[in-house]
Design a protein around this ligand. Sequence first.
Ligand SMILES: Cc1cc2nc3c(=O)[nH]c(=O)nc-3n(C[C@H](O)[C@H](O)[C@H](O)COP(=O)(O)O)c2cc1C
Length: 376
Amino acid sequence: MAASRLLHNAFCDAFGIEVPIFLAGMGVGGRATPPALVAAVSQAGGCGVLGCSALSPEETRRRIREVRTLTERPFGVDLLLPARIADAPPTRSRVRDEIRRRYPAHAAFVQELIRRYGLPDAKPADETVVDIDYAKSVLEVVFEERVPMFAAGLGDPEFLLPRARAQGMKLIGLSGSVRNAVRQRKSGVDAIVAQGTEAGGHTGTVASLPLIPQVVDAVGPTPVIAAGGIADGRGIVAALALGAQAVWIGTAFLVADECALFDSCKDQIVASDSEAFRVSKVWTGKTVRAFHGEIAQAWADSGLPTLETPHQRILMEDFLAAALAAGRHDLFYNIAGQAGGLVRARRPARDIMAELVDGAVEQLQRLRHEFAAALA
Ligand SMILES: Cc1cc2nc3c(=O)[nH]c(=O)nc-3n(C[C@H](O)[C@H](O)[C@H](O)COP(=O)(O)O)c2cc1C
């Protein structure tokens, strides 16, 4: 029997997919999960998720439509729904002015980095400061395009429920703690992602091994999708043994050929051990796990206090724009999790999916062989 049939469970029937594997929706200005990657994962029987955070409504619509030209299978969209952001001026330029005025040492930190690396003084072209109202305008597009599944990265998706139910859209909430997962269950979502601290991106403090079974106990019968540190068949089977019904994988797909991250970022992931992926507030003002490079170290050495969201993000996006303008992709942030230590080769998404599925089936067969009496 095909490996994908062997990994098919009841969760797959509810979500209309063949194997219980999601490509996590990842932002990074649209680079991490472009339509080609999303479609490749869905075509391989999983569920690809477009990370559309910080993308415009028009770009989000374009990407959704592109996925549909590549696959007829189910896919999703992920957005960070910011629960709260500091009172901030409405444009990037005005936030920048406020940083210069109120936090001159932070402005000087970025100027010094730009000088140290000889970067041009480039700035991001887009003036939008993403807040909940902006996220809601993107959500409108997700509903209009009748996307089969929506995942809420940060924040509470409860207000979406009636509309999602009415058009048969599945809702998923992401959570890094039991408390947050219980809140998501009360919102009535169809499944909850329990994401351990190992994960790339915004992350909490509890590791997957203790978090997942606690979330399973706290939110049942709502299905739990395990995230954080899963990059091969062993991780998938471990997550299923902890009570999860599916897995949500980010880092392992960043090295896919279809992922539009820079080559230097992919190579950094392939070459690095798990210790290289650490939590820092430098990039967004919240705890984000990423490759710990020179910039994260310079921030740690500076001893500066973190600015609130969106100030810290906008401060550092000026640096990122300057690094990009100079083609210094090695200085660009590389958001990824500890699973990076397990990722050893760049490949097409189809091959990554095949290895995940075959690897999980192999582990199940190994366990059946090892524990024949118990499983008879
Ligand atoms: C590069 C990157 C960007 C991410 N961006 C988002 C995002 O925009 N929204 C979100 O809900 N989660 C985001 N995440 C978290 C993922 O959804 C997922 O939970 C995580 O990658 C799973 O852990 P893993 O990286 O160990 O596979 C991001 C993760 C990475 C690695």
